[in-house]
Design a protein around this ligand. Structure first.
Ligand code: HEM
Length: 211
């Protein structure tokens, strides 16, 4: 779980940075340039397959951990003492992971299917004549329900990362008294900054801050 989790975290860095190009507020020209580079680069295309394998492995591992936890304690404690936070922690990782998975299915339907399967012909081209993936974003985020789902998805991601980042380092034995504080601070900063940046994307488009 830790290895696939850290791999997915590295994807989030790239994905967030690329999508943040919309904040240039230039009608999506810079973002579309980045998206075209990603779509045409054979190394990135290959990494996309690795990404989906990593994602599935992370979900399957998560389900196995959840089952093991349940089998280890088939009868719930009458009174949760001491281990209460641990129980809430494991349960929240499962629930939030499931919410993120549901968000991802909708998200891939919104963007990935259009950009990789059905094509972007219906969306015309941008000011520089490039395929207009940005127009898909503008279309999706005109719907306030979609905006709310994306913001909730980002909140789930925040909470999932807040716990996951630190525990990944712990699981891999990469913890040391001297560096634990630093790792925890990096994890907290990452868990806050990345989901806020992601959430600002649907919010900014729907409020017309970027056009
Ligand atoms: C909330 C703001 C987000 C926006 C505006 C956004 C936008 C996009 C777009 C435009 C694509 C298609 C990329 C392409 O085909 O070139 C995409 C793909 C994808 N997104 Fe997001 N995304 C967001 C958040 C997230 C989050 C939070 C996750 C993961 C938890 C995520 C995971 C993915 C995955 C796995 C793909 C498919 C792989 C890929 O095309 O690179 N996205 N997203």
């Amino acid at each position: 779980m830790a290895l696939t989790g850290l791999f997915l975290i590295s994807f989030l860095v790239v994905h967030c940075a690329l999508n943040a190009l919309i904040f240039f507020n230039d009608g999506g020209v810079t973002f579309n340039t980045g998206a075209e580079f990603m779509a045409k680069n054979p190394i990135i295309r290959a990494m996309e397959i690795v990404l989906f394998i990593g994602l599935i492995a992370h979900v399957v591992d998560g389900l196995m951990v959840w089952r093991e936890n349940r089998a280890a304690r088939p009868v719930k404690y009458v009174m949760e003492k001491g281990s209460a936070s641990r129980t809430w922690y494991s349960a929240s990782m499962g629930v939030l992971g499931t919410l993120i998975l549901l968000f991802l299915i909708l998200h891939l339907w919104h963007f990935w299917v259009k950009s990789r399967i059905t094509g972007l012909h219906d969306y015309g081209v941008d000011a520089e004549g490039r395929e207009n993936l940005y127009a898909v974003m503008v279309e999706v985020f005109q719907n306030p329900v979609a905006v709310i789902i994306y913001v909730l998805g980002c909140f789930s991601l925040f909470w999932h990362l807040l716990h996951g980042f630190k525990s990944a380092f712990q699981s891999l034995g990469l913890n040391h008294k001297r560096y634990n504080g630093f790792i925890a601070a990096c994890g907290t900063a990452f868990s806050i900054i990345v989901p806020i940046l992601f959430a600002l994307m649907p919010v900014s488009i729907s409020l017309g801050w970027i056009k």
